[in-house]
Design a protein around this ligand. Structure first.
Ligand code: NAD
Length: 477
């Protein structure tokens, strides 16, 4: 195994050790062994980052969009060039199979590239003047220094969504990435930082609540962006509200899948098994509640369970592995607890734990059939390899069941019926819907949730808009 080393902080353009005393162990989820210890930042480190963000904003906002684009593209080329090394770090600290880690790294590069190109299209507009010889124009200007918080499940992609948008728009960014997966994000950030003025990109790791308190309440920070859980999102929204900061929140999902009677079952099973168990199910857009037309329910259940049972579990660095461990011990405990509580409510567990690797934090792909709507697994985000299935008789009923929990991020529909497509696309309460496919998140389209899944969008032109302010200029004669 190649050497793993925890990163320093990047503050004011310099990589340097954290000044704090506290350390957290970074654990390999495939073995449970400690890889290294991450030093956490102090209050003084955060103050230094805030002090650097103001001057960095002055410098970066004056770099023309064309030049910002070129610099970011050079950083992206380095990320692509280093994808193998970055992916290895990601697999070591997070557990996902190496091929998934590499794909995530390339997706992160693609996201930043798209934002970089979009920087050149942050158009304003001219409004027809009321008096001769006067002019009215509307400009898009960068909002200012950004505080961003990204989680451990897709550390590269979810950091890239924030880095790309902020930097392309002309904003400096202080990123607190997840303490569980620090090295992969630091390696990606290093590729970008060399191309940017000092302080434009800063990376800190610390006690999450202390970092967000210091950054969100500082007058230097003008925009907050968070991806993570609903309780933390609520807390940050309150903090941002009190200090009148703009905030974008992506708080997870519990995605419904509607499989109609006319669906291509082979295609649905093949796509959904891959998509469900990617990253051991720790994905906010993972399909989780499967509502299947009653006449196809038995066939779907059988094919889906068989395909899930066939997945090869193992350490992410092993080439044959199709599903790795979950990211940490608390996630494994949480998933096992959710499954047990749902079985107690009447769900039928169709898959077993036989053959699970004995080391590390492995959870078997778990299929729960006939799950009552009030069962915990139908309401709480499993954030693990758990699929809940239930039959339906009428499409109306399926849509009502799909809308029957607090989340609204992604949704999936399998049908050939134009009427079903129209009904579901109009009535399903989600931010993204994939029809006969799984592509709910691409760099050029907005990604965001409704209801408890958060508000605001990342990616697409909406993603860069979140880091821009609108300014009106009225030029008198
Ligand atoms: P958690 O709520 O403890 O942490 C989630 C993320 O928020 C972590 O990256 C953490 O560092 C950060 N965080 C925690 N407190 C914070 C604070 N006060 N200020 C700023 N950041 C803070 O959850 P967890 O145990 O890591 O994961 C549990 C649940 O979180 C999952 O079941 C899932 O529902 C949700 N989650 C969602 C996403 C997503 O993609 N939307 C990603 C990770 C976790």
């Amino acid at each position: 195994m190649s050497a793993y080393r925890c990163p320093d902080l990047l503050v004011g353009g310099r990589w340097r050790p954290a000044a704090g005393e506290a350390r957290v162990a970074i654990v390999d989820p495939a073995t449970g062994e400690t890889l290294d210890e991450l030093a956490l930042c102090s209050a003084a480190d955060l103050q230094e980052a805030l002090d650097a963000a103001g001057p960095a904003f002055e410098a970066w906002r004056q770099v023309p969009a064309h030049e910002r684009c070129l610099r970011l593209e050079r950083g992206v080329a380095r990320i692509v060039g280093e994808a193998d090394r970055i992916a290895r770090l990601l697999t070591q600290e997070q557990g996902k199979p190496l091929a998934e880690a590499r794909a995530e790294c390339l997706m992160a590069a693609d996201l930043i590239k798209w934002y970089a190109e979009e920087a050149r299209r942050t158009y304003g507009r001219i409004v027809p003047a009321r008096q001769p010889g006067t002019r009215m124009d509307v400009l898009k200007v960068p909002v200012g220094p950004v505080a961003a918080f990204s989680p451990w499940n897709f550390p590269l992609v979810l950091s890239a969504r924030k880095l790309g948008g902020a930097l392309a728009a002309g904003c400096p960014i202080v990123l607190k990435a997840a303490e569980e997966t620090p090295a992969s994000v630091a390696a990606m950030v290093a590729c970008l930082a060399d191309e940017l003025p000092p302080g434009v990109i800063q990376l800190v790791y610390g006690v999450p609540a202390e970092v967000s308190q210091a950054l969100v309440t500082s007058p230097v920070i003008r925009k907050v962006s968070f991806t993570g859980s609903v309780p933390v999102g609520r807390h940050l929204a309150q903090l941002a509200g009190r200090h009148l900061k703009r905030i974008t929140l992506e708080l997870g999902g519990h995605a419904p899948v509607i499989v109609c009677e006319d669906a291509d079952l082979d295609r649905a099973v093949r796509q959904l098994v891959t998509h469900k168990f990617r990253n051991a199910g720790q994905a906010c857009l993972a399909p989780t509640r499967f509502f299947v037309a009653r006449r196809r329910y038995g066939a779907f259940l059988e094919a889906f369970t068989e395909a899930a049972r066939g997945l090869k579990l193992g350490p992410g660095l092993q080439a044959s592995t199709q599903m790795g461990p979950v990211a940490n011990a608390r996630r494994r405990t949480a998933v096992q607890d959710l499954v047990a509580r749902s079985i107690a409510c009447g769900a039928r567990k169709l898959s077993g734990d036989a053959g699970l690797p004995t080391q590390g934090f492995f959870v078997a792909p778990t299929i729960l059939a006939d799950v009552p709507l009030h069962a915990p697994a139908m309401q709480e985000e499993p954030f693990g390899p758990v699929a809940c299935l239930l039959p339906f008789d009428r499409l109306d009923e399926a849509i009502a069941m799909a809308n029957g929990n607090a989340y609204g991020l992604a949704g999936y529909l399998y049908t050939d019926s134009a009427r079903a497509m129209l009904q579901v696309s109009e009535r399903l309460e989600v931010g993204s819907l994939a029809i006969n496919g799984i592509g709910v998140s691409v760099p050029e389209a907005p990604f965001g949730g409704v209801k408890d899944s958060g508000h605001g969008s990342e990616s697409g032109c909406e993603g860069i808009e979140a880091f821009l302010e609108t300014r009106f200029n009225h030029h008198a004669a």
